[in-house]
Design a protein around this ligand. Structure first.
Ligand SMILES: [Zn+2]
Length: 73
């Protein structure tokens, strides 16, 4: 078993949903921080651990990201 800790809230978790570079982020933090959507768009160093079922890439000219205080509790 891998000892994963969310890079945003520090909680241990079974599996990461998104990786920021090599830092794993749990599902709750990833969604609340908008990392899932960002990773789908391959923004920056974000990587999705699980492949989304989005068939076609959707591109927005401008998308605002809202980072809120989150936790994977
Ligand atoms: Zn977290």
């Amino acid at each position: 078993m891998a000892d994963l800790h969310c890079a945003l809230c520090g909680r241990s978790m079974a599996s990461a949903t998104v990786y920021i570079g090599q830092l794993p982020v749990g599902p709750t933090c990833a969604r609340r921080a908008g990392l899932v959507e960002a990773a789908r768009k391959r923004r920056g160093a974000l990587r999705l651990q699980l492949l989304p079922r989005t068939p076609a890439a959707q591109r927005d000219s401008r998308t605002l990201d809202l980072f809120e205080e989150t936790a994977c509790a």
